[in-house]
Design a protein around this ligand. Sequence first.
Ligand SMILES: [Zn+2]
Ligand SMILES: [Zn+2]
Length: 299
Amino acid sequence: MPSAPSKLYSDDVSLLVVTLDTNPFFWSTFSFPFSEFLSHVLAFLNSILLLSQLNQVVVIATGCNSCTYLYDSSSDKSHGSTSGSMPSLYSDLLHNLEVFLARDQQLAKPWGNAAAGGGGAPPSSLLSGSLSMALCYIQRAFRSGPIHPQPRILCLQGSADGPEQYVAIMNSIFSAQHSTVPIDSCYIGSNNSAFLQQASYITGGIYYRPPHLDGLFQYFSTVFATDLHSRAFLRLPKSVGVDFRASCFCHKQTIDMGYVCSVCLSIFCEHHDKCSTCGSVFGQSQSNVASSTNRKRKA
Ligand SMILES: [Zn+2]
Ligand SMILES: [Zn+2]
């Protein structure tokens, strides 16, 4: 990825927007407890703020049904409540997280109910929502003036991809690419996340799946704490074997081969007479044309 134009006062000042996966369906079945994960994340966020006084950290919760801003180090409230032993990072973030988890749970549909769209798989996290919120925040920073910190997004994700979010997530990824905002991904789930692999690959960020979760802080601080300027001098994990498979627009399932609308590039797993996205009418296949002309001749 070409480096972002130098519109900054320093290459070393970062705006780090973190999306935090809070999906209770994932954490309740995962071997590593959420509280321990959170302690690694908080230590990492603190270290980012300690690296430079001008660094800024924003945390967005990725729930099952909603997303919200949990913490913004630049807000006046954060600065105001920094007192004594308990930094505002901990008190504000933990308080907002508690409120958010309770509200997100209220919005939850009963899992496993076919009518609710639950099916058999546990509900996925709303990654498309938190990515969009992160990009909105960054756009606001871009428009705040000619001098602003260098933004990047870090997705801390554990739950499996939600194929139904494919289009929204790809739109966010291309929007980030257009704004030269790298999306870093730390995925702790059992299998790789195709969405996050693609997000990091396309935007020039780093995708990494830590092999040992006990040393999570170490991975965070060595891989994801580096600002964009320093990355040019480091040997960071390279993406290998990115899963580029797409999801079909009709059933939202990941497919190996499919049909693509030549007008709007929508992807379908089976042949349709008409594109459901843009309404283009596709030509009949050769065999259909032949049989219909034969019928006409006979008549
Ligand atoms: Zn389909
Ligand atoms: Zn189309």
